[in-house]
Design a protein around this ligand. Structure first.
Ligand code: APR
Ligand code: PHB
Length: 391
């Protein structure tokens, strides 16, 4: 098999890249190690920056998002017995779109398959070769057990944090920066109407909690827990008690409870691989960087990489101009580091530090009071949250 761009991974990065290339008449093949059912059911974050929702429209796949997604003009921060609203729309002129990442994945997979374009699901033993040469290759065993080889011009390394693309870059060429945090998030999907119209980020003396949603019938909630926490220790009653304590600190309202449909623990990490290109391999999305989920930046950062990469590949195929490909990393990194900074900052401002003391906690509360109480502070949070403009 031969194609122009071989794409490893059918997450938001790989699917968006394939779609943007398709619209420019550039061929690609997607290779995904999981099944279609698995990637469509995998629950991830659900906040899209303003421009990502617009890009989804521009690539022709925004119809269901516009029908079912929830447009939010603000968010709330709860602390020290009160709740304050950040007026995202009023401060920036922009809103955010709450739409589950797996819904985005479903829309893109369906469109690609409807167009008769290839996604090889359940590919085993995926490996990449000759990335330093002119025609890199992808090898894998397809779901019927047949060995396959794809020859391409470029490889899109869209295979997430645990993929094979980043490790295919020689170790002496990799430049990596990372930070781990002394906490994790326990997330639950609940069959109950959201208890408020907007997201609530709550900093409580017991730890952080977040109220989010997926639809008028589905609430998504998170609790800060220890990174080595065992889910077995969190029966539903304990989760509800802790959510009620941490999220309803500002009065006598209560969270709507309902059946817990799914629960899981997500580790928190900041990670940047500054080598986003090696030869004809280009990393995009989680394969190159991770943010802790507090700023809701993961999927948005993936979309930003892909926008740059698709543009650079289009220039190359339309006019033979490789300046965009050569400048890919330099173009992406400033935005990545701003999102890393924002995610780290939101995380350390809102979570309880297990080694912090009374002084640290008081500084944290003063910072939240300032950010939510000063227009300058709120505007800084808001412009990062809705998505910084592109240079
Ligand atoms: N071969 C083929 N596919 C692979 C391989 C492999 N060796 N390893 C991983 N994959 C697939 C995964 O199964 C997954 O479907 O690559 C895909 C990577 O998708 P994501 O992890 O969703 O990463 P990305 O598309 O960059 O999207 C970033 O996802 O994790 C969230 O918070 C993150 O929102 C962000 C977004
Ligand atoms: C979510 O809805 O899953 C969500 C929302 C905001 C975040 C993280 C996750 O910061």
């Amino acid at each position: 098999m031969r194609t122009q761009v071989g794409i490893i991974g059918a997450g938001p990065s790989g699917l968006l890249l394939a779609r943007m290339l398709q619209l420019q008449g550039i061929e690609s093949i997607i290779i995904e190690s999981r099944s279609r059912a698995y990637i469509e059911a995998r629950i991830r974050a659900g906040v899209m920056e303003h421009w990502v929702a617009e890009l989804t429209d521009e690539v022709g796949l925004g119809a269901r998002m516009r029908r079912e997604g929830l447009v939010h003009d603000g968010l709330e921060i709860s602390f020290a017995g009160q709740r304050r609203r950040i007026d995202l729309k009023g401060l920036t002129g922009k809103s955010i779109m709450v739409y589950g990442q797996q819904e985005f994945v479903k829309d893109f997979v369906a469109a690609r398959l409807d167009d008769g374009l290839p996604i090889h699901f359940e590919a085993a033993g995926v490996s990449i070769h000759n990335i330093e040469g002119d025609s890199p290759r992808i090898r894998f065993t397809d779901k019927d057990g047949a060995p396959r080889e794809i020859e391409c011009d470029f490889i899109g390394g869209c295979d997430g944090f645990h993929g094979i693309c980043r490790p295919a870059i020689p170790a002496d060429k990799l430049s990596i920066f990372e930070k781990t945090y002394p906490y994790a998030w326990l997330g639950v999907m609940v069959e109950a109407p959201p208890s408020s119209d907007e997201l609530i980020y709550s900093s409580h003396d017991n730890g952080f909690a977040l109220h989010s949603m997926r639809s008028p019938e589905l609430t998504r909630l998170y609790l800060q827990v220890s990174p080595d926490e065992d889910l077995e220790n969190w029966r539903d009653e304990r989760i509800w008690a802790e959510l009620q304590t941490r999220l309803t600190q500002d009065g006598d309202w209560r969270l709507n409870e309902g059946p817990v449909l799914q629960k899981g623990i997500t580790p928190m990490r900041s990670f940047v691989c500054e080598t986003m290109r090696h030869g004809r391999l280009f990393l995009a999305g989680d394969s190159a960087h991770i943010v802790p989920p507090t700023g809701a930046k993961g999927m948005n950062l993936a979309a930003a990489d892909v926008k740059v990469l698709a543009g650079a590949l289009t220039d190359f195929y339309k006019s033979g101009d490789s300046a965009g490909l050569d400048g890919y990393t330099a173009q992406c990194l400033p935005r990545i580091w701003k999102a890393e900074r924002f995610s780290w900052w939101m995380t350390q401002m809102l979570h309880l530090s297990p080694d912090g003391d009374g002084f640290d906690r008081r500084v944290q509360l003063a910072e939240i009071d300032y950010i939510t109480g000063s227009e300058a502070g709120a505007r800084s949070l808001a412009e990062n949250y809705v998505g910084l403009p592109f240079d």
